[in-house]
Design a binder for this molecule. Structure first.
Ligand code: MV4
Length: 450
């Protein structure tokens, strides 16, 4: 096992990774920007190094600076967290070149799964169902129109380098396609530096259900069941839960086995997540593969009893998985809400100084946060300031514990999305498990901007 690792991240995930390192007796090195000098991950790390100005481009995204600190501190490995450099193949490549263990898959796998077209091709070869559509980049709008005829409208126009719904558009007919193709291509090119576009059949009323995977360097693969992440607003996940209220045992098992089949085909290592779109008939289609630990990993930890960061560290250190698929438990129900520093009416970020911060405590309540009383929430970083997770014997109990916990969540000095979270969780359609990706727009439209 490593004796010292560097955490190339900030906020709640950096604090969370450090917590597991302490549990395993691993020394930790934090990196921070000028805006994070008093932050929790700096306080909790054994060593901390200032790497630049508040803007991420001048600090947390500075690959060479982070590599330099890792070399100077003799950190054997780097945990990238999520976001930031966690899925940047160049960062993983630079770690490989410097003999620093990147806690995640190889740079090649990160690169290939980062291209939606490439990953679709790979999944077809692996025999994994993909959303009906094409797996090559469209040359121009004429080819898009011809291709759309073969798929049949409505279709989904997507950017290959895209994610989070950027460069994506539902297109109902040829006229709309002619009007929107170039705009999306240009947006993708400027946002991702890659304007490659492709088409898929539009799946009406889908759910976003993802499978957590672990794979070691000895050819062992397990799936850790699913997470339902359909409650999203503008492609930002807001509530996640495990297990999904929609799946039956047979579909759950088939999705898990399909995800393992995909991971085996590409020779995946470490933690990864395969996102599926699931239609109303419970057909599931590969959407994309995330090669990092995800924000919502705690709900999987709560129902399996595993510490996913510990599993990542053990795998990266060359250990064999200590269990096989039959050993993976699934008990109870867990729900996570993401708490954003944003105005509940406009959803604009709401930075400021936190004057009151009182977390709900309890046996079935888990808090993941990096903010404390008196801390300034700055506009430089993602407005998610905390995650709240509750566990119950069943979904209803997890929901009622979450509502109770939210009632006891005290944050003053900034606005948060807690009112919206309460509205979703107490909505009869949510409580009935009718959680498709249209939930927010359909049921909360009255109080939310579209
Ligand atoms: C889709 C889709 C329907 N049909 N693809 C892809 C990125 C992800 N954040 C949203 N994506 C979707 N891709 C096809 N062919 C619907 C969505 C979608 C969605 C999917 C899951 C969860 C929330 C969503 C919200 C809007 C659209």
């Amino acid at each position: 096992m490593f004796s010292k690792i560097l955490i190339a991240n900030r906020g709640e995930i950096a604090v969370r990774v450090i917590r597991t390192c302490k549990k395993l007796g691993i020394q930790t090195v934090a990196v921070y920007s000028e805006a994070d000098a008093d932050s929790l991950h700096v306080k909790w790390a054994d060593e901390a190094y200032l790497i630049g100005k508040p803007r991420v481009s001048e600090s947390y995204l500075n690959i060479e600076k982070i590599i330099e600190v890792a070399k100077e501190t003799k950190a054997e490995a780097i945990h990238p967290g999520y976001g930031l450099l966690s899925e940047n193949p160049m960062f993983a490549r630079r770690c490989e070149e410097e003999g620093i263990v990147f806690i995640g898959p190889t740079a090649d796998i990160i690169a290939s799964m980062g291209s939606k077209i490439e990953s679709r091709k790979t999944m077809v070869e692996a025999g994994v169902p993909i959303v009906p559509g094409i797996s090559f980049p469209l040359q121009d709008v004429e080819e898009a129109v011809k291709t759309a005829e073969t798929i049949g409208y409505p279709i989904m126009l997507k950017a290959s380098a895209g994610g989070g719904g950027i460069g994506m558009q539902i297109v109902k007919n040829e006229e709309e396609l002619r009007k929107s193709f170039e705009g999306n291509q240009k947006r993708a090119a400027s946002f991702f530096g890659d304007g490659a576009m492709y088409l898929e059949k539009y799946i009406e009323n889908p759910r976003h259900i993802e499978i957590q995977l672990l794979a070691d360097h000895h050819g062992n693969y397990v799936y850790l069941w699913e997470r339902e992440c359909s409650i999203q607003r503008r492609h930002q996940k807001v509530i996640e839960e495990a297990p999904s209220p929609f799946l039956d045992e047979e579909t759950r098992r088939k999705m898990g086995e399909t995800a393992v089949q995909a991971a085996k085909h590409i020779g995946y290592t470490n933690a990864g997540t395969i996102e599926f779109l699931v239609d109303e008939q419970k057909n599931f289609y590969f959407l994309e593969m995330n090669t990092r630990l995800q924000v919502e990993h705690p709900v999987t930890e709560e129902i399996t009893g595993l510490d996913l960061v510990e599993e990542q560290l053990r795998i990266a250190a060359g250990e064999r998985l200590r269990y096989t698929q039959k050993d993976i438990q699934r008990s109870g129900h867990a729900i996570e809400v993401r708490i954003y520093a944003e105005d509940p009416k406009t959803f604009f970020p709401s930075p400021g100084t936190i004057t009151v911060f009182q977390l709900p405590e309890g046996e079935h309540v888990r808090n993941e946060t990096a903010v404390t009383n008196g801390m300034a929430v700055t506009p430089f970083y993602d407005p998610m300031i905390a995650k709240l997770i509750t566990k119950g014997e069943n979904r209803q109990e997890a929901i009622s514990r979450m509502l109770q916990a939210l009632d006891h969540y005290q944050i003053e000095g900034i606005k948060t999305n807690i009112p919206m979270l309460k509205e979703v969780l107490s909505h009869p359609e949510f409580q009935a498990g009718h959680t498709t990706t249209h939930f927010v727009n359909t049921h909360l439209y009255k109080s939310l901007e579209k």
